[in-house]
Write a protein that binds this ligand. Structure first.
Ligand SMILES: NC(=O)c1ccc[n+]([C@@H]2O[C@H](COP(=O)([O-])OP(=O)(O)OC[C@H]3O[C@@H](n4cnc5c(N)ncnc54)[C@H](OP(=O)(O)O)[C@@H]3O)[C@@H](O)[C@H]2O)c1
Length: 273
């Protein structure tokens, strides 16, 4: 199925819908006929997006202004949706950011928050919503990982790549667990994508030195994500160049690949994406 019929409305919950890839995923799912549950901290952005999709696609949106560093976020969302009578057919775990700099120089609370937002809450949401999808015989889950999850670790941004590798493995396992339930689970792995990510990370000028060929726009990433999850791909790397880089990282012997990572790091500073 690629498009919902008007009398069979489905609902997609999207975290991190206030900006970048998440905002464009919301637009794509709305265009395909899904109603939306929009989650992020910046409520006014979510309200504006809800107005936009109402006008363009007659989409109904339910807004949940929430900070996903809250360990109770999953329970609060589940309770809120139950009270509103909303069932989730598609789950897009997209909210994310990085903690730049070296691990030893960081505050533990910042690292703990990153794990909560990008690992624990993603696993929690899959654990809550996927079984209900399976019972109903339909579900689509996108866990937004990264090309970084396919590359060797580098100094700096330490838990970012680690969390993204976690999402790839978890999504592969879940896609097999639900293979007979019409619940598709996809780890989406974009490379450098134009969004607010690097402004939040504070490394925009550094990453802007990366050649244009490595960058993609967030709407292309979102459209490809939609097609990938509908097609049931367990892992999808956006863009030929990113697929080539991931392939090299897998095929080349690990010693020269690590040396290359270290040399890039000396040239570009501690990695943040
Ligand atoms: N851009 C890239 O180059 C790139 C590459 C590979 C993977 N990715 C991944 O793509 C995903 C989306 O990133 P993006 O590039 O679209 O970045 P973005 O433009 O900065 O958007 C990040 C989104 O995450 C939300 N978010 C961050 N912290 C949150 C929290 N504590 N609670 C709730 N929501 C939170 C933000 O909303 P609020 O600030 O309103 O809460 C925002 O909507 C991330 O998982 C990122 O790791 C990005």
């Amino acid at each position: 199925m690629t498009q919902n019929s008007p009398n069979q409305r489905r609902t997609a919950l999207i975290t991190g819908a206030s900006a970048g890839i998440g905002r464009d995923l919301a637009l794509v799912f709305a265009e395909k006929g899904f109603d939306l549950v929009l989650v992020a901290r910046r409520e006014e952005r979510l309200q504006a997006l809800a107005q936009e999709v109402k006008g363009k696609f007659d989409t109904r949106s339910h807004i949940l202004a929430m900070d996903l560093t809250d360990p109770e976020a999953g329970q609060k969302i589940e309770d809120n949706l139950a009270a509103a009578g909303i069932t989730i057919d598609a789950l897009i775990n997209n909210a994310g950011y990085t903690v730049t700099g070296l691990f030893k120089d960081s505050q533990w609370q910042d690292q703990a928050d990153l794990i909560q937002v990008m690992v624990t809450s993603v696993a929690d949401f899959c654990h809550r919503f996927a079984p209900v999808m399976a019972e109903r015989g339909y579900g689509r889950i996108i866990n937004v990982s990264s090309l970084a999850g396919h590359l060797p670790g580098a100094a700096g941004g330490t838990l970012y790549a680690a969390s993204k590798s976690f999402l790839i493995k978890m999504s592969e396992s879940l896609s097999l667990e639900y293979v007979n339930d019409n619940v598709h689970v996809t780890a989406l792995c974009p490379g450098f994508t134009y969004s607010e990510f690097h402004d939040v990370a504070g490394n925009r000028s550094e990453v802007s030195k990366m050649p244009n060929i490595l960058w993609m726009d967030s709407m292309t990433v979102a459209r490809q994500a939609y097609e990938a999850v509908m097609a049931g791909k367990p892992v999808y790397i956006n863009g030929r160049m990113n697929r080539f880089v991931a392939l090299l990282a897998r095929l080349l012997p690990q010693v020269p690949v690590r040396k290359l990572m270290a040399r890039n790091q000396r040239n570009a500073g501690p990695r943040a994406n």
